[in-house]
Design a binder for this molecule. Structure first.
Ligand SMILES: [Zn+2]
Length: 46
């Protein structure tokens, strides 16, 4: 698990689903106020 975090440059908890994601790989939330994981961003902005 620690290795998983070390591979991320900017590990950030997604405010939407709670999963950790790399800030560089995420996307903007629907209102654009913060970064969420790519999966949630794709879902919200579909
Ligand atoms: Zn998410």
């Amino acid at each position: 698990m620690s290795l998983y975090f070390e591979e991320m440059e900017m590990p950030t908890p997604c405010k939407n689903c709670g999963e950790w994601f790399d800030l560089n790989d995420g996307g903007p939330s629907k209102d654009g106020k913060y970064q969420i994981c790519k999966e949630c961003s794709d879902t919200e902005n579909r």
